[in-house]
Design a protein around this ligand. Structure first.
Ligand SMILES: [Zn+2]
Length: 237
C-alpha cells in the first residue's frame, strides 16, 4: 500500500510486486484469508484504528481505476444478468434498511422537535382530523372498536387494567348469545358494561366486561345488578 521505502523507482518496484502477485495470486489469497481467520480481533482493531486512512486509500484506488472498474462491472452485468438482478435487489433492500435505521436514530434524537411538529400539524388540521375521525367512527365496523378504545381509556386514566381486546369482546358477546347480560333481551345495539364500575376500581378486562342493552347500561345501580347466566356454562364472570 505504501511506497515510501521504494521511492527510488516506484513504477519498477510496483511492476515487480504486481507480477509477483499475479504469479502467486491463489496462494497469497489463501494466506491472507487464513491470517484474517486467525487474527480476527487484530484485523478488526487495525481497521477501526485506521478507518480514515483506509477510506482515503480506497477512495484513491477507485478514482484511479474508475474506468477499468466500470468496464469490468458492465461486462459482469452482461455475462450474469440473473446475478446482477439479485445483487441490485439485495443492495436496494440494504439501502432501505440502512435508511430506516438512520431515520429511527434521527427520530430518537429529535423527539422534542417531532412532538412540536405534530402538535402544530394537529392544530393546523383540526377540522380535517375531526371530520376524518367522525367518518371513521361512523363506519359500522369501527363503531365498536371506538367504543372499546373509549372503555380502555376510561380504565387507563385511573391506572386500572385495560387488557380487553376486540376478539375477547366478540367472544363475550357470543357467550351471552348476543343478549343483554342483565335483562336477557336481544337488543339491536349491545354496549360494553363494566360489571364492577371503573369508579369502584373495575378494569376494562375480559372478566369485568359484559354486553348490556342501552337501558340496562344506563342504570346507575352498577355493580349490584344480577347477571344472567352465560350461555355455554361459562358462569362466574
Ligand atoms: Zn338489558
Amino acid at each position: 500500500m505504501q511506497q515510501s521505502e521504494e521511492s527510488s523507482n516506484p513504477s519498477r518496484s510496483q511492476a515487480r510486486s504486481r507480477s509477483y502477485y499475479l504469479r502467486h495470486q491463489e496462494e497469497l489469497k489463501h494466506k491472507n484469508r487464513e491470517y484474517h481467520a486467525l487474527n480476527k480481533d487484530k484485523v478488526l482493531a487495525y481497521r477501526a484504528a485506521n478507518r480514515d486512512k483506509r477510506k482515503e486509500y480506497q477512495r484513491q484506488w477507485h478514482l484511479k481505476h474508475k474506468e477499468h472498474e466500470a468496464a469490468y462491472a458492465k461486462q459482469r452485468r452482461l455475462l450474469f444478468p440473473e446475478k446482477t438482478r439479485l445483487i441490485s435487489r439485495r443492495s436496494q433492500e440494504k439501502r432501505k434498511e440502512a435508511a430506516r435505521a438512520a431515520m429511527k436514530i434521527w427520530r430518537q434524537s429529535h423527539t422534542e422537535e417531532l412532538r412540536e411538529n405534530l402538535v402544530r400539524w394537529r392544530e393546523a388540521n383540526k377540522e380535517h382530523i375531526r371530520d376524518y375521525a367522525l367518518a371513521y367512527r361512523a363506519r359500522p365496523e369501527n363503531k365498536e372498536r371506538h367504543a372499546l378504545n373509549q372503555r380502555r381509556r376510561k380504565a387507563l386514566l385511573r391506572s386500572l387494567p385495560a387488557t380487553l381486546t376486540f376478539a375477547e369482546w366478540k367472544e363475550i358477546k357470543a357467550a351471552y348469545d348476543y343478549c343483554c347480560a342483565y335483562c336477557g333481551e336481544k337488543p339491536e345495539v349491545l354496549s360494553m358494561d363494566h360489571v364492577i364500575p371503573v369508579s369502584r376500581g373495575g378494569g376494562t378486562t375480559k372478566d369485568n366486561i359484559v354486553p348490556a342493552c342501552l337501558p340496562c347500561n344506563r342504570q346507575k345501580n352498577a355493580g349490584t345488578r344480577a347477571l344472567m347466566r352465560v350461555v355455554g356454562g361459562n358462569e362466574g364472570r
